[in-house]
Design a protein around this ligand. Sequence first.
Ligand code: FAD
Length: 491
Amino acid sequence: MSASGGSMWPLRFIILGCFLPITLSNEAKESPSIGIVGGGIGGTSTAYFLRQLFGDDAKIDIFEKRQVGGRLATISIGNQQFEAGGAVIHPKNMYMVNFTKLLGLEHVNGDMGSFGIFDGSSMRITSNKYRVVTLAKLFWRYGMDIYNIDNWINEKLLAKFMRIYDIQRAGHAYTTVPDLIGAMDSAFLSYMKKSIKFVMRTAGFGDAFIDEMVMGALRTNYGQSTEIPGFVGAVSLAGVQPGLWAVKGGNKQVPEKLVTEAKAQVIQGTVMSVQLLQYQDKTYRVEYVDAEKKEQHRDYDIVIIATPLHDEMSDIDFEDFPSPIENFPQHYHKLTSTFVDGTPNSKYFGVDNPEDLSEEILTCNDTILVNSCGKKTDVLGSPAQVYKVFSNSPPKEDDIKQMFTSKKDIRMFSMMAYPDYSTVGEELPPFVLHDQLYYVNAIELAASAMEMSSIAGKNVALLAYNHWHGSLEKIDEPYADSTSETEKTEL
Ligand SMILES: Cc1cc2nc3c(=O)[nH]c(=O)nc-3n(C[C@H](O)[C@H](O)[C@H](O)COP(=O)(O)OP(=O)(O)OC[C@H]3O[C@@H](n4cnc5c(N)ncnc54)[C@H](O)[C@@H]3O)c2cc1C
């Protein structure tokens, strides 16, 4: 099994420099066979983009050890289903918006209802049923920050972030995460190295706003604090803007339907190893244990890893490579989601009258158990009496007793949800692990979100395509916009 790769993993960068020219010899081959490991939104969006680029003759297989969708999954409580993983999508996440349209899926509202920010003993601030009162309260507490934040997110972040769609439409791809993020805007490179707290202070936001509103957003979206890097912090802030939505019936339908749209074959099985082949027609052998627990293998020209390669997440071995490929040193953050069909105890959240308790409780104190507690609608958008509590460790029975005055049903599960951004550091995994071996989840170290996986999926598909056809001029090169507005509306 893969050992911890702390001391070895920079070798991946060493091999990068020596293999790219090999791909020039693939000019004559037209339709590669491609194996993708992982059927989450990362793997399935990659399959979709590969099919668009390579056309009908390419063979695309997706290996999946559990179910297609991965961290997009639903959980049932009573006779209703709720989002258990990736839940809300920003209106400007163009790939997710366009996938939904293309796949004939509908949206449901993903916006928060009333909200409050709890510090462990009382609510620092709560919204009011009248918007004008909420705005006045927010202004009183945070001053102009409350008006400046939307402008900052829209102008300084989203407008620049969205350049990626033009860049990718023009066929440009990047071998490293900093090159991809830097292509959106060079300021984002420094946002990846400095904390969101530092970035926002520098942009003129006050400590009260950062310590309460921003902290509340980060704790609910990533279970982490304002010390996480500015880029992922900014992605998280966009995740509490208005206009959020989810796919009616469950977000997991996007990866499920992308498989069909990509005309990919799903192979149910656990990939154990990827072997570099010598003197054979194909480049890689993927060894896996199938649904009947039998060891099998299939050979491919191109292999794409679309699952995190970190110790808590992966046991995939890479065999016979000239330099070892081992797990990356960063860690993933363990998150517990507790779904409770019941009535919350308002006093637990410092509110005397239960009727005054906000539907979405964010927390701004990283020493308390609860990251957030929110009343959820089901995947059809129907109301429910179900609360989702996020915490960084599993609540004990007594915690639940204190948090809820009554409960009919309770479901709890823990998962390695997204990177622990305090362990990310400056050296990030590359998108290219070896000649014709690519890695989608490198993107998660910059920020983990459905749209980020889709952007990485497109980047990796473009890398694979450009390498295959020897179009190296579109790799790691600056991009100059010459696209018309009409073309910009297409996927
Ligand atoms: C609780 C939670 C809330 C979130 N909320 C949001 C949100 O509101 N909005 C948002 O945009 N994002 C959100 N995210 C993040 C988002 O869900 C993820 O970034 C995204 O789903 C990751 O997709 P992926 O395809 O890269 O990885 P995954 O979904 O993890 O897919 C990897 C797949 O690979 C499979 N696999 C792994 N190893 C093997 C193997 N050896 N052989 C075969 N198959 C293998 C796994 O079974 C899995 O299906 C949330 C995540 C969590 C956990």
